[in-house]
Design a protein around this ligand. Structure first.
Ligand code: PLP
Length: 361
């Protein structure tokens, strides 16, 4: 038996006709950059979020980088980001010449630990990157309260949390800006790199739009030096088709997670995910932890079951961040990287496979 961690080909086959016709229509109109497919996707994505504005960009990393630039934060700002995330959440800070300050995450939901967050705030702090990791919303209301008390901006990193909700409201709509990645393996994935920013603030939207398109709105009228980070037409057309299926895929992810929790709860060696009461966790990843992680993964691999690690090295310990000297703390995020691993989950997952995974665990 072979159980794939993620099966993008299977997903494509399940909607092949719709995808193929969306691609050929875009090609037949030659609307590769700009054009209707982008306007249509931005419209659909903002409606899905009940957000006022949506801007398609090149990828999720750019979405974060552009959002931080648009906020026009003071030179020398410190920006707080969780120590367990993908590197982009922190890179966006340093690429804008701000100082990265890592904070710990909670062992309950792997998201920002509120007490630790408060301790990291200084007079130079200007913003918080609120990551909704693995598909579970972070405690965004409490984070916003802390941010408001200290006049901080909040950028939500929703790269792993399409359709996730906090108290019935979609993530990405709480902070100043919400950033999404449509990397192919994400819950809503393109056929290449793609990303988006959502916001309710018209000024921020227009600023992001200009930054992402060479500092201009009209052709050859450049207000400032920007960059090129546009969502391309074919990706937008694919994303519009896939957005129609996001709910059905999300339901399968949630059912898969529930089945894992039902079947694996009697295995003491493995710590299963906790789901907070007031959230909709969309299970981009099903992350567990065990002190016997490496042995377990090896056994599963021999049985044909693919697993992953998210993430094998906590961000402050990455070579890339040596210069920050924040690598040798003993908080949960700093030590749990040796125990974390992820079991297969995706929107077309066959739940009957969980029995086999359990047998091998
Ligand atoms: C939490 C998080 N933030 C940001 C990103 C960056 O997105 P992209 O790969 O589209 O640049 C990712 C993607 O892996 C991610 O998981």
């Amino acid at each position: 038996m072979k159980i794939k961690f993620l099966d993008l080909h299977q997903q494509y086959l399940s909607i092949k006709d719709e995808i193929d016709s969306a691609i050929s229509e875009t090609i037949s109109k030659s609307s590769f950059v700009g054009g209707n497919s982008i306007i249509e996707f931005e419209e659909k994505f903002k409606t899905y979020h009940e957000s006022k504005y949506c801007l398609g960009v090149g990828n999720g990393t750019d979405a974060l980088e552009i959002s931080l630039e648009a906020l026009n934060l003071p030179v020398g700002s410190e920006i707080i980001v969780p120590a367990n995330s993908f590197i982009s959440s922190a890179e966006a800070i340093s690429r804008n010449n701000f100082k990265v300050v890592f904070c710990d995450v909670s062992p309950i939901d792997y998201n920002i630990d509120l007490d630790d967050l408060k301790k990291r705030i200084t007079k130079n702090t200007s913003a918080i990157i609120a990551v909704h990791l693995y598909g579970q919303p972070c405690q965004i209301k409490e984070i916003l309260e802390i941010a408001n008390n200290h006049s901080l901006k909040v950028v939500e990193d929703c790269a792993q949390a399409h359709g996730a909700e906090y108290e019935g409201k979609k993530v990405g709509t709480f902070g100043d800006l919400g950033c999404f990645s449509f990397y192919p393996g994400k819950n809503l994935g393109a056929f290449g790199d793609a990303g988006a920013i959502i916001t309710n603030d018209e000024k921020l939207y227009l600023k992001c739009k200009k930054i992402a398109n060479h500092g201009r709105i009209a052709k050859y009228d450049h207000e400032f030096e920007g960059r090129n980070s546009r969502l391309d037409g074919i990706q937008a057309a694919i994303l519009s088709v896939k957005l129609n299926h996001l709910e059905e895929w999300t339901k399968v992810r949630i059912q898969t997670a529930m089945e894992y929790i039902n079947q694996l709860s009697d295995i003491d060696e493995i710590k299963l995910p906790n789901i907070k009461e007031n959230v909709r966790h969309v299970f981009h990843l099903f992350v567990v932890r065990s002190h016997k992680r490496d042995a377990i993964r090896e056994k599963l691999s021999k049985a044909g079951i693919e697993t992953g690690i998210h993430y094998p090295i906590a961000l402050p310990k990455l070579r890339a961040f040596n210069y920050l000297n924040q690598g040798d703390e003993d908080g949960f995020a700093w030590i749990s990287d040796r125990d974390l691993f992820s079991l297969p989950i995706h929107g077309n997952f066959d739940l009957s496979q969980i029995k086999y995974i359990k047998e091998n665990l």
